[in-house]
Ligand binder design. Structure first.
Ligand code: SAH
Length: 248
């Protein structure tokens, strides 16, 4: 008797569960895509965090307008995508604070003829910004799953001039060198020799250098074969590590 009732009510119960699942999925989709006012938040980020702190190059601002930062942030953190801070992207790594991405971008003075190397792809956000401003972007990520998901999102967004390699960026990308600019978004304790060599004459490299999470952002320019160094600001990047996870 009980069994029969259960069997009779089963289709209704299944339908109810399916209905609930559809409603929840709908809510989630709405939450992630609609309710966060991403374009307004992005405009505010550009106005307050980037222009407001003195970065007003129109091409750079246009790149920040075009690249949707929330697409590079894990779903559950998307509502914070345009806040004035770094955010976790998994595997103990972070997407840098928007202002730092802008500052490093401006430091290398990108030209639309430039071929640029990035070390530390992470989410792929910095690479997507560079893709708007430069001819080709070569980017290296040591954590395979991060490199793979950056590759996927960059190709979904149609960034065809970004080339993602999974490997140790300490060694650079010799077969594509020299580079007009190099951006390093993980911190070694000393500037890697191969990166110095792979910088073209007249090229610019921006790199955080120092101990764990306490570094100086340094700008280097190659002039007549010599590197001229300038300190920018103190920063806190994740360390540059080798395949065993040891800091360089
Ligand atoms: N540019 C990124 C932020 C990078 S966080 C963005 O826009 O989201 C720093 C990244 O450097 C991490 O993903 C870390 O895994 C990577 N990394 C650390 N050591 C590395 C190495 N030797 N070679 C390449 N990537 C490295």
């Amino acid at each position: 008797m009980i069994k029969q009732d259960f069997a009779k009510n089963l289709p209704a119960a299944v339908l109810a569960v399916i209905f609930c699942l559809i409603c929840t999925a709908g809510l989630h989709a709405g939450e992630s895509e609609k309710n966060h006012d991403f374009p307004e938040k992005r405009a505010k980020m550009i106005r307050e965090q980037i222009r407001g702190r003195g970065i007003d190059d129109p091409e750079i601002l246009a790149a920040f307008e075009k690249v949707e930062r929330h697409r590079f942030v894990p779903e559950r953190l998307r509502k914070y995508a345009y806040e004035d801070r770094a955010l976790p992207i998994g595997k103990g790594q972070t997407i840098s604070q928007p202002y730092i991405v802008a500052l490093m971008t401006r430091a290398i003075e990108p030209e639309n003829t430039d071929r640029v190397l990035e070390i530390g792809t992470g989410s792929g956000y910095q690479a997507a910004i560079l893709a708007e401003l430069c001819r080709e972007v070569y980017t290296i990520e040591i954590v395979e799953s991060l490199g793979q998901s950056a590759r996927n999102i960059l190709s979904e967004l149609g960034c065809e001039n970004v080339h993602v390699r999974i490997g140790d960026g300490y060694k650079g990308w010799p077969d594509q060198a020299p580079f007009d600019a190099i951006i390093v978004t993980c911190a070694p304790t000393e500037i890697p020799g191969p990166l110095k060599q792979q910088l073209a004459e007249g090229g610019r490299m921006v790199i955080p250098v120092g101990e764990s999470y306490e570094q100086n952002l340094v700008l280097l320019e190659k002039k007549q074969g010599q590197l001229v160094e300038k300190q920018i600001i103190p920063v806190a990047f994740v360390p540059m590590v080798n395949d065993e996870g040891t800091t360089y």
